[in-house]
Design a protein around this ligand. Sequence first.
Ligand SMILES: Nc1nc2c(c(=O)[nH]1)N[C@@H](CN(C=O)c1ccc(C(=O)N[C@@H](CCC(=O)O)C(=O)O)cc1)CN2
Length: 280
Amino acid sequence: MSARVIDGKAVAEGLRATLAARVQALPFRPGLRVVRVGEDPASGVYVRNKDRAAAAAGFDSATIHLPAETSQDALLAQVAALNADPAVDGILVQLPLPPQIDAQSVIAAIDPAKDVDGFHPINAGRLANGQPGLVPCTPKGVMYLLRDAGVTLAGARALVLGRSTIVGKPMAQLLLAADCTVTIAHSRTRDLPAECRRAEILVAAVGRPEMVRGDWIAPGAAVIDVGINRLADGRLVGDVAFAEAAAVAGCITPVPGGVGPMTIACLLENTLDAALARRA
Ligand SMILES: Nc1nc2c(c(=O)[nH]1)N[C@@H](CN(C=O)c1ccc(C(=O)N[C@@H](CCC(=O)O)C(=O)O)cc1)CN2
């Protein structure tokens, strides 16, 4: 292996400690409410980890767990109650949602000032326009990791593999705002390996286990793996074949221990930012 491994767990711990110190200095506790619908086991783990991290950093955090058969109207009523609650600064509805619920309608019902996921169309529009707003946690965490690793952003050729609204598109916007030359690649991109090989910064967010092979990577590239894929044998792998890629890349994030922990740390940062903005 030649690549430097970026320790997302350590960077996230540092950010969480900084946020905890800032929260401790406040005369109030920022309030976070995470809404979970149904019994998806992975969501259960993520929600528990969010709640624990928030409580450990001094936030007033609680999870609202609704049954899998919850109707869209009932979930919208829950969101409306949280919008109206002055003790709540941040609202997050854990995804995925059960099939009877339209996630876009639920996200659009969240008060944009409390949308700590940064998924509301108003926050997405602010990001696209270069205006201040709440930014999706995973792409925000990737930018922290790139900066912490000392990766030169201005002028760099960056490729985002994946075009989801929660990772791929905001990721591309953030890289563009940092003066990268950005390409978004996806399942219909012609000659994906060749596109990837041109990238100095490669962010993989396709949700396909170990799809990006070592010979897709430019020597010395920064490789950020957003994928979290559980294999049948129980192993957790990213979208990048780690050992192959690490033999070629300049720096690389592992899975687990790379981007994932930053998602939760950035959620806390967004909640603190939302709390301060609501009181400004
Ligand atoms: N409303 C949201 N839903 C979902 C989001 C989101 O940002 N907002 N992202 C993902 C899941 N997610 C947070 O919710 C998340 C995923 C993974 C991790 C993480 O720390 N992963 C660890 C490994 C954990 C494991 O062992 O399973 C790691 O990568 O080291 C944190 C948050 C979908 N839903």
